[in-house]
Design a protein around this ligand. Structure first.
Ligand code: ARG
Length: 462
């Protein structure tokens, strides 16, 4: 049996679509998430049409009430979604017609699904920017609490994952506050740029009806209408900027997740993850696995993937709308959902983890971590050129390594056998506490600097 033609545009069609055509064409399976935005857009549009004398006040009122009913049906799970009606726009409009009859047919005056979907998706992505900002604020708060507690706890700082110089726990936590705060500003920039309204661009060329685009823009919280109707329906930069910001943020999450995986291992024991954020093994009773951190590390892949996928969808499209653009939504939804989940999980893990202070300190002192302090002392106190000081220090590190001890364990005689002028007060700089306390340059790891930065961030995050 041939299906009957679509009631929305079937005028020139004798038959309905093939079942496979319907399957590839329908987006209602996922774009139903845009229902609140779609209804908000339609309400703004209908109110504007009435204000501009394009439809009657009575019709606008019937549309308004009908849309509220549709929204409540959707919210309560009573809405009869239909795949034959393809997408959220046609599902809502068809139901509106069932509910209010003829006035429903006037809603689509001076509008197309092209500007409609651009509005809906833009509103949705804008909301995600706000949610990302709030979630990042909470994560920064958890990191800041760790930083404040451990402003002067020493730990090894790494380059190449080799012990480099001692740093403070607070300093390390604040590095992530900086990163996640840049993410917030990226989402804020994207939000500001996307906050213009495509509504009224209609199919692509604008409309001959005397519409008021500023009115709908204002009603939907946009700063202004977009100035070019072709651009308005063809643009998906807003989703790409969201996904690009999400990708960078996810990369930051993954780096922190990676550190938590390493730090919570038996080999490092820098942090103890709370029971709330650990899982056990069904066979190995000793295990405490950092699954949430691992999953965050992995979820980054799908967020990057969504960004690449949409870039790829868009790159070959001639202006203006092509159905390819329907593929903008599903992966953006997935990326946003997983970003929010990852941010929430990271916030919980960071808030509930315990730094193992004694282990951090022991590790900080191992691996000749104060070799640079020794070289600096030779420069400052003995006037050696830094290159020579580097060489002398290297010899002393080799000596300590040969003796199986750390630099502070060498005797003064050991030191003087390499450079005769070395004095007893060199030992002051070889301790890790002194080492970090000396790094007082702006942005350095000294507890005094860390406390100043904690105070700064407390103000910012208030
Ligand atoms: N479901 C479509 C999408 O997501 C809505 C726009 C359809 N426009 C069209 N001219 N077929 O892109």
């Amino acid at each position: 049996m041939t299906k009957s033609a679509n009631t929305m545009w079937g005028g020139r069609f004798a038959a309905g679509p093939d079942a496979i055509m319907e399957a590839i064409n329908a987006s209602i399976g996922y774009d139903r998430r845009l229902a609140p935005q779609d209804i908000a857009g339609s309400r703004a549009h209908a109110a504007m049409l009435a204000a501009c004398g394009i439809i009657t006040d009575n019709d606008a009122e019937a549309i308004r009430e009908g849309l509220l009913t549709v929204l409540s049906e959707i919210e309560t799970g009573k809405f009869p979604f239909s795949t034959a009606l393809e997408d959220i726009h046609m599902n809502v409009e068809a139901r509106l017609r069932d509910l209010i009859g003829e006035p429903a047919g006037r809603l689509h005056t001076a509008r197309s699904r092209n500007d409609q979907v651009a509005v809906d998706f833009r509103l949705w992505v804008r909301d995600q920017c706000d949610q990302a900002d709030a979630a990042l604020g909470a994560l920064c708060g958890a990191l800041l609490a760790q930083a404040e507690a451990g402003a002067d706890w020493v730990m090894p700082g790494f380059t190449h994952l080799q012990t480099a110089q001692p740093v403070t726990w607070g300093h390390h936590m604040l590095a992530y506050v900086e990163m996640f705060s840049r993410d917030r500003s990226r989402f804020a920039d994207a939000r500001a740029r996307m906050n213009t309204s495509p509504l009224g661009a209609a199919a692509l060329a604008g409309t001959s009806f005397p519409i008021d685009r500023q009115m709908t823009a204002t009603a939907l919280g946009f700063d202004r209408p977009m100035s070019n109707s072709l651009d308005a329906v063809a643009d998906r930069d807003f989703a790409l900027e969201f996904l690009a910001s999400a990708s960078i943020c996810a990369m930051h999450l993954s780096r922190l997740a990676e550190e938590l995986v390493i730090w919570s291992s038996a080999q490092f024991r820098f942090v103890k993850m709370s029971d709330k954020w650990s899982t056990g093994s069904s066979i190995m009773p000793q295990k405490r696995n950092p699954d949430a951190a691992e999953l965050i590390r992995a979820k980054v892949g799908r967020i990057f993937g969504a960004n690449v996928a949409l870039m790829t969808v868009m790159k070959g499209l001639p202006l203006t709308y092509s159905k390819d653009m329907q593929e903008d939504k599903e992966q953006t939804f997935d990326a946003a959902d997983n970003l929010m989940l990852a941010l929430a999980a990271m916030t919980g893990m960071v808030a509930d983890m315990t730094a193992e202070r004694a282990n951090l300190k022991a590790a900080a002192a191992s691996g000749f971590s104060t070799a640079t302090d020794l070289a600096d002392w030779l420069v400052r106190e003995l006037g050696l050129p830094f290159r020579e000081a580097h060489h002398v220090t290297g010899s002393l590190v080799a000596m300590a390594e040969g003796k199986g001890c750390d630099l502070p364990d060498l005797t003064l005689e050991d030191m003087q056998s390499v450079h005769a002028d070395i004095r007893d007060d060199v030992f002051d700089v070889l301790g890790v506490e002194n080492s970090v306390a000396s790094r007082t340059s702006f942005g350095g790891t000294a507890p005094s600097q860390v406390r100043a930065q904690v105070a700064h961030w407390k103000e910012v995050l208030k």
